[in-house]
Ligand binder design. Structure first.
Ligand code: C2E
Ligand code: CA
Ligand code: CA
Ligand code: CA
Length: 278
């Protein structure tokens, strides 16, 4: 494999291994990560800006490597996409997320959705079948599952993915466009696909409320989304000021460190129980 830039091997910084060898090892280790129970999902709450309640949670994959510790998804997911392992990992993620939907529903937290990130390769290889498997295995309500597809992967290969994504809509599953605004090469897919939600990328949130350009972009995305009858979530909300500005612009929901970092499912359960009691 060719060198992939400075970030790919940063887990080995200071170590003896480098480059292709390190990548090969990481790839090998990842192959065994599922059976060795090294993968887990963290959940980050998504807060409704009208009710100020948690309306759902995004499932974010975590890999606890026995020697290297936590390997960030930005490092191992691109690797898994290249090797094709993302298909197997993606099925595992969907299964876990659907089991969590079922568990929260059984704990009385009905109406709490779980958003799952999927890769372009995973969609192509049959996302519909994967979702079917996860729903059957868990008994989860399909309406509580949300699939996040990055704008980039949508534009990349719209023709071969359109059937897979359309099938999700027919199953009652919601589809969100992730990292929206970072790949504005074509908006045509918003019309062609059963999209329900846009997630404004953190790039447009992080300099709010001071950046006038970013405020203009956020407002434009929110207005466009609403006129297409889509809901809007802002990602990476870290301050009260960002939240208030986005709420004033009509943004429907927000997610970010202001509310919570990604945490264990049990933490989310605690949060939901507190809200119910309040
Ligand atoms: P993403 O889908 O855009 O997820 C949001 C990322 O922003 C997460 O990083 C989250 O921890 C981080 N984040 C959340 N709130 C804040 C905030 O207020 N400030 C800042 N600075 N960051 C915040 P994470 O968990 O490292 O995930 C990185 C990316 O890895 C995700 O970006 C997603 O594209 C990918 N990913 C994660 N889990 C999966 C998965 O199960 N499957 C696939 N295909 N990709 C995944
Ligand atoms: Ca996401
Ligand atoms: Ca995102
Ligand atoms: Ca992002």
């Amino acid at each position: 494999a060719k060198g992939k830039g400075k970030n790919t091997y940063s887990v080995y910084d200071g170590g003896m291994e480098q480059g292709a060898l390190a990548q090969l090892r990481l790839d090998n280790d990842l192959r065994r990560a599922i059976e060795r129970n090294e993968l887990r999902l963290a959940y980050q709450p998504i807060v409704n800006l009208g009710s100020h309640r948690v309306e759902g949670a995004e499932a974010l994959l975590r890999w606890d490597h026995p020697e290297l510790g936590a390997v960030p998804p930005a490092e191992f997911i691109p690797l898994a996409e290249r090797s094709g392992l993302i298909v197997e990992i993606g099925q595992w993620v969907l299964n876990q997320a659907c089991l969590q939907i079922k568990a929260w529903a059984e704990a009385g937290h009905t109406g709490i959705f779980v958003a799952v990130n999927v890769s372009a390769r995973q969609i192509r290889r049959g996302l519909r079948a994967q979702v079917d498997t996860a729903l059957a295995l868990s008994g989860a309500d399909p309406r509580m599952l949300e699939i996040e597809i990055t704008e980039h992967s949508m534009v990349e290969d719209i023709a071969s993915n359109v059937d897979q994504i359309a099938a999700l809509g027919e199953m009652g599953i919601r589809v969100a466009v992730d990292d929206f605004g970072t790949g504005l090469s074509s908006l045509a897919y918003l019309k062609r696909l059963p999209i329900n939600k846009l997630k404004i990328d953190r790039a447009f949130v992080k300099d709010l409320p001071h950046s006038r350009d970013d405020a203009t972009i956020a407002l434009a995305i929110i207005s466009m989304a609403h006129s297409l009858e889509l809901t809007v979530v802002a990602e990476g909300v870290e301050t009260r000021e960002q939240q208030d500005m986005l709420a004033a612009q009509g943004c429907d929901a927000a997610q970010g460190y202001l509310y919570s970092k990604p945490v264990a499912a049990s933490e989310i359960g605690r949060l939901l129980a507190q809200e119910t009691a309040a």
